[in-house]
Design a protein around this ligand. Sequence first.
Ligand SMILES: *Cc1c(COP(=O)(O)O)cnc(C)c1O
Length: 353
Amino acid sequence: MNIETLAVHAGRAIEEHTGAVTPSITLSTTFERAEDGSFPHGHIYTRSSNPNRAALQDALTALEGGETAFAFASGMAAAAAILQSLSAGDHVILSDDLYHGIRFLITQVLGRWNLDASFVDMRDPANIRAALRPNTRLVWVETPTNPSLKIVDIAAAAEIAKAAGALSVVDNTWATPVWQLPLALGADVVMHSTTKYLGGHSDVLGGALVLRPGLNDLAERIKVVQSLAGGVPSPFDCWLILRSLPTLPIRVRAQTESAGKVARFLADHPAIERVNYPGLPDHDNHAVAARQMGGFGGMLSFQVRGGKEAAMQVAARVRLITRATSLGGVESLIEHRASVEARSAFRRKTCCA
Ligand SMILES: *Cc1c(COP(=O)(O)O)cnc(C)c1O
């Protein structure tokens, strides 16, 4: 099935007792036991599982071509869960350019729990290999990266991780399964902030992990973190994200077409120093992007001649585009990313220097 068909059908079935075409929201936190103590409907308590979460997880599994998926209350909760499946003393390799929350989760929180991390420029896979240590357990790939749109060769990174006995995780938030299928390229786990393109309307926070087949131990560990640490999405949040999936391919195609036009316009503009968009032929890893992505996505960043003041002026003077953080919604947003990250409350290193 092509992704348009999957997006409409995965995780959906006509509801047996009502005939409803669109699923109901099951708000009940608890579910009845049978006389023998079993749970004939498969659910016990909503922190452990819920029909709306199960449906969303089924849909995400299908879209990413995985075996199992876990939905979380945010992308950060999903990231935390995979990192919490590791042990103290383990070493993780991450992109030097990546979603800043994940960097801070490591430097501010998990470093105190003795998780070791190296941040390397993954545009060259040799840098990943050079950073391997005997205790490396996970290689965290983000591609395209936030905010510089660096492209990492997923197959090469996954291969290096595998040879070292480490897991490879790909944050597929920016590319979406419409354009990039990391599991098919050899990665072990896909992570999403479903807040972005999958939710698609800037009205629901969520995250997910999708695992390739055969990772039963990891699935068990993540299930334990999801259920016991409790960072689960509400039934309504799950319902909203599932509601958004049928239009995902159409939205992402339209967003990509628009981003390509904006990128080409900016690339030719005399006031612009540099445009970071993997679809431009002069992007430094354009060939890798063209190989592993079906399209180049709806995100771009650019540098304005004249430095910070000039850049702030561009963001200050837009009319149609809103100055706000986040991405993947139907509206266009803009921000001066350097000052957003510089002002982040998490920037101060209070630990793990
Ligand atoms: C937004 C984002 C996250 C964090 O997700 P939340 O849903 O905000 O917790 C992680 N990775 C990437 C690439 C993101 O854009």
